[in-house]
Ligand binder design. Structure first.
Ligand code: FES
Length: 289
């Protein structure tokens, strides 16, 4: 082999290694995406790993096309004719034989690995559409972590006794074990039972009622209590809910009452739920059902 041929040979081998490395990085990105999805689905991490997967694939294919595939214009200056069989055999051996510096099989294998890993990783998000596990995706918007026997706890995780809810004041409460759940926040309030014009949707315990904290308009926390009026106010778009009239909206864009939570006093003296909210908590999608 002449010196220029040796240099070209070395160049092709280095390029092949570079392409295989890019495909390997793509495969790692796809595996990272799948692992990230299974272990919690952090959105930024999913985006970054997918970007790595596609970038590795793009870089590998671009280098392959630019460095290893024939380029340039071709001019046919004579009538087409077939090469002699011996010459064709030689050309084929040149391209595919063991002496060729271009490991096409290896590169195709690496490309198949990258595409295969990406294809498998793309199947993982389908989990969000399938009824697998206890909290079915098709019910995830309807159910909350509240269920019979789940105790009410404060933001600090302390179980709540009926006496913790004082007259005409609001106490934010959460389902025990699910302090950060998006649809679990609720509030407990105690009003004079004689003032209820409409029976609370989930009943009351000597005037004590519990409702979802999420506004039924767009899901903001209904965080303001207008003391003495029995009304809760949402600061986002000023919806007001009358707790003395079944927590129905009396002002603002909300069209649906705040769902109630049925509660009782457990044998340990703490408040606990006897079921889920009386209606799906949160935004007004449900009002169009
Ligand atoms: S989110 Fe409460 S009024 Fe709009």
């Amino acid at each position: 082999m002449t010196r220029p041929e040796q240099q070209a040979d070395r160049r092709d081998r280095a390029t092949s290694r570079l392409i295989a490395g890019a495909f390997a990085i793509s495969a790692l990105g796809a595996v990272g995406f799948a692992v990230g999805y299974v272990t919690g689905g952090q959105t930024q991490l999913a985006g970054a790993t997918l970007a790595v997967a596609f970038a590795g694939l793009a870089v590998g294919l671009a280098i392959w096309a630019r460095k290893l595939l024939p380029t340039g214009g071709y001019v046919e200056e004579h009538e087409p004719f077939a090469s002699p069989p011996a010459q064709r055999r030689l050309a084929a051996a040149d391209l595919t034989g063991s002496g060729s510096p271009i490991r096409r099989r290896g590169l195709l294998g690496a490309l198949a690995l990258a595409l295969g890993a990406l294809g498998v990783a793309a199947l993982f998000p389908l989990r969000s559409l399938l009824p697998v596990g206890s909290r079915r995706p098709d019910r995830a918007l309807r159910d909350s972590p509240w269920a019979a026997g789940v105790r009410l706890v404060t933001a600090e995780g302390r179980p709540v006794r009926p006496d913790d809810v004082t007259d005409d004041s609001v106490l934010p409460v959460f389902p025990e074990g699910h302090p950060r759940s998006g649809d679990g926040p609720a509030f407990a309030v105690r009003l004079d039972p004689a003032r209820y014009a409409v029976r609370p949707p989930a009943g009351d315990l000597a005037g004590l009622v519990v409702h979802s904290l999420l506004c039924t308009h767009a899901g903001c926390p209904v965080a303001l209590y207008l003391k003495g009026t029995g009304r809760m106010l949402c600061p986002c778009h000023q919806s007001a809910f009358d707790l003395l009239a079944g927590a129905r909206p009396v002002a603002g864009p909300a069209a649906r009452a705040l769902p109630g939570l049925p509660v009782e006093v457990g044998p340990d003296g703490f408040l606990r739920a006897t079921g889920d909210f009386t209606a799906p908590p949160g935004a007004g999608f449900w009002s169009r059902q």
